[in-house]
Design a protein around this ligand. Structure first.
Ligand SMILES: [Ca+2]
Ligand SMILES: [Ca+2]
Ligand SMILES: [Ca+2]
Length: 464
């Protein structure tokens, strides 16, 4: 195993099924080496599971044997933490690899580390502390979970916004982390990995305060200001969120309201592999018209922009999906626009744990659900709806996308990995009240939060 990244080596049959297996047992010959050791076990001829369905289409990357120096067949579509890294051909074998790769998955981090399409196989189950979650719903607007069922509730509220963390362990206290007094939060994301457990929220200016602050992205610091290297020393809230966004954007509201409240950019957050994240409707606060500007756009794969590398100005409207990194020590955060959905407004973004990203939008005629594939840098439209897509989440381990529309009947859709309509299980209403954010927790249950501002929000829990 290499220092931080090991290699997964997949044989010919594995390539044919796109680095995926339906076998939950761990592969035995896991000691892959850089020189072309072949993983043993189950990677071969099994049909792909639903959770890896995008990886199961075969031939996704479209390279041929000649182009890849001797590997048979088209390059596989690698999944899990391998999804953002194009497969390579080494010693005649296709290799899937990526940040956080483990030949034998052992880390319970919400990611598919061994790239077999199954997240956290073999990890212990956990349970959300629903009683305390229900007791902390005042003015909450988003809900998320880490891989240990700790619950993160995020406000849009008059006065300083906050994230309340409700531990799964009832003996641990509920923690509240506050942000800049002039900024609302709106969307929140916890990177499920306990090693990082980064909490990122969108900042949007407080309109009632005449937008004294900036829109953008901010980051939770849980360290004490006195800790050496703690990134929040000198901030108003430490521990807490940064005063100003680490990446600032232009206030650019969508045309959509939910539960009577406008949805302002940036919109939607999702975690990707390798400590990268995705956000919708992104337009940086500053851009450059100088010839030396940095073209961090879909036509320039891999090019990132930052404070020291200003993006070229882009006049396209909403509908820009950005991938970004958060600050780490003195390393500046970066972003790039990875896909543009012309004429659409992004309302929700969700990680599909095979490494792709689901993007829900408002279109001219209703809404769309797209899938963005980091490895190829391409997006495909999965399904069109007659109403805007307000929320989307993946049902873990099953490979289903659950979608809530802003209106229309049914509002709630259960889709297969290839976006075919599936029947809703008994007891789950097709047209529930209000506009709900959907989130599956690691406990397998579906949580639906109907946000309210300066009032009690409503949380429903369904067991599919
Ligand atoms: Ca796995
Ligand atoms: Ca894992
Ligand atoms: Ca506020």
């Amino acid at each position: 195993m290499r220092a931080t990244v090991a290699l997964g080596v997949w044989g010919l049959l594995a390539a044919a099924v796109a680095c995926s297996s339906s076998d939950e047992t761990k592969s035995s010959g896991a000691g892959a080496t850089g020189g072309g050791g072949v993983t043993g076990g189950s990677g071969g001829a099994d049909a792909a599971t639903g959770g890896a369905a995008t990886g199961a289409t075969g031939g996704g990357a479209g390279a041929d044997a000649a182009a890849d120096g001797g590997c048979f067949g088209a390059a596989p579509t690698c999944v899990g933490v391998c999804a953002s890294t194009p497969p390579t051909c080494e010693g005649g074998l296709w290799v899937c690899n990526g940040p956080g790769f483990e030949p034998d998955e052992t880390t319970c981090d919400g990611y598919d580390n061994d790239c077999d399409g199954i997240v956290d196989e073999g990890c212990p189950t956990c349970a959300v502390d629903l009683t305390r979650v229900q007791a902390n719903l005042y003015s909450k607007y988003d809900i998320d979970f880490d891989a240990q069922c700790n619950t993160y509730l995020t406000t849009v509220v008059s006065g300083p916004d906050h994230v309340a963390v409700v531990p799964a362990n009832a003996s641990d206290p509920v923690l509240t982390h506050t942000g800049n007094a002039n900024q609302n939060m709106g969307y929140a994301l916890v990177d499920p990995n306990p090693a990082s457990r980064r909490v990122i929220v969108t900042y949007s200016c407080c309109e009632a305060c005449n937008c004294l602050a900036k829109n953008g992205l901010t980051l939770l610091y849980e360290c004490a200001a006195s800790d050496p290297g703690c990134g929040c020393a000198g901030q108003s809230n430490c521990p807490g969120f940064l005063d100003a966004p680490f990446l600032a954007s232009i206030p650019e509201d969508t045309s959509v309201t939910a539960n009577g409240f406008p949805i302002v950019s940036p919109t939607g957050l999702a975690a990707g592999a390798g400590s990268t994240y995705f956000v919708g409707n992104w337009r940086p606060e500053t851009c450059s018209t100088d010839s030396s500007c940095t073209a961090c756009d879909p036509q320039h794969p891999g090019v990132t922009c930052s404070a020291s590398k200003p993006a070229c100005c882009d006049t396209t409207a909403l509908g820009r999906l950005a991938q970004f990194t958060a600050p780490v020590g003195s390393t500046e955060p970066t972003f790039r626009i990875v896909s543009i959905f012309p004429g659409e407004e992004i309302l929700t973004v969700a990680a599909w744990r095979n490494g792709s990203v689901l993007v829900g939008t408002k279109t001219q005629t209703g809404g769309s659900l797209h899938r963005y594939l980091p490895s190829s840098g391409s997006a495909v439209m999965l399904k069109a709806f007659d109403a805007p897509v307000y929320s989307v989440t993946e049902r873990p381990g099953v490979g289903e996308a659950w979608v809530e529309l802003l209106s229309g009947t049914p509002k709630l859709h259960r889709l297969s990995a290839v976006a075919e309509d599936l029947p809703l299980p008994l007891g789950i209403p097709a047209a529930p009240a209000g506009n709900g954010r959907l989130e599956f927790a690691p406990d397998g249950k579906l949580y639906r939060l109907v946000g309210a501002v300066d009032a009690e929000s409503t949380l429903e829990v369904f067991t599919p």
